[in-house]
Design a protein around this ligand. Structure first.
Ligand SMILES: CC(=O)N[C@H](C=O)[C@@H](O)[C@H](O)[C@H](O)COP(=O)(O)O
Length: 229
């Protein structure tokens, strides 16, 4: 079995946990990301997604499951945030990523999607395209991306929908892609629906690893249902 087949078979029908604590929050550091990742694996995660080279470096030695690496930026001249540069591909690969995910959308970007995929493959990693639409997925699949994700559906303009994009999962699955259902999968039922829609595996982030975001939801629920003393 090739390395590529091995990694895809390890991920098939598995939960990936995206361990991306709130930016600049108290949990946003490499040791904590490493511990959260290990806890996620202990709870049954079959893969981990990590943002940042240092965090990946620190977590990798403790993880026996496939690791998806990304680096995120807020650029002045491009809306693309996820792994826009070639040097990040190199650094993520050196830090031990098995898979490198990048923004697979057709938007203004510093480096073309073709160049990114080539670089990811040249480092022996699998390429995952974070897509927003059927066109993104079809194009990135034609470039040889091994994993097509719904990660960016709902995040390229307009209001963010409540629900995950199950229709996009189904579209990609019908094309025969290895599909990562990702984005707004917030409950075990969402995850089941994603798999039934054809996802090969799923990624869950915010509800598991952004403690401040989730706490705020509960705190608001309490605050808005206060009874008079
Ligand atoms: C749109 C974007 O930048 N998504 C990011 C990609 O890395 C993360 O912020 C998400 O947490 C991740 O995709 C998992 O999704 P959710 O947190 O909804 O389970």
């Amino acid at each position: 079995m090739s390395n590529k087949e091995k990694i895809l078979s390890q991920l098939k029908n598995k939960l990936v946990v995206s361990v991306q604590p709130v930016d600049h929050g108290v949990l946003d550091n490499p040791e904590i990301v490493s511990l959260l990742s290990q806890a996620a694996v202990n709870g049954g995660a079959g893969g981990i997604r990590i943002e940042g080279v240092k965090k990946l470096e620190c977590s990798r030695p403790h993880l026996k499951v496939p690791v998806i690496g990304i680096v995120k930026y807020d650029l002045d001249d491009s809306p693309v945030r996820i792994t826009p540069f070639l040097e990040d591909v190199e650094n993520l690969a050196k830090a031990g990523a098995d898979i490198i995910a990048f923004d697979g959308t057709d938007r203004k970007r510093p480096v073309s999607r073709e160049e990114l995929v080539k670089a990811i493959h040249s480092h022996g990693c699998l390429a995952m395209a974070d897509c927003s639409s059927p066109e993104d997925g079809d194009y990135c699949a034609s470039l040889g991306c091994e994993i097509i994700g719904t990660t960016l559906s709902g995040y390229t303009g307009g209001p963010i929908p409540e629900q995950a994009d199950f229709a996009l999962i189904e579209y990609f699955a019908n094309k025969g892609y290895f599909v990562m259902g990702e984005g707004r999968l917030n409950t075990p039922d969402d995850v089941k629906k994603a798999i039934y829609s054809g996802a090969s595996c799923v990624t869950v982030g915010t509800v598991l690893t952004r403690l401040e975001v989730m706490t705020e939801k509960f705190a608001n629920a309490v605050a808005t249902s206060k009874k008079e003393l």
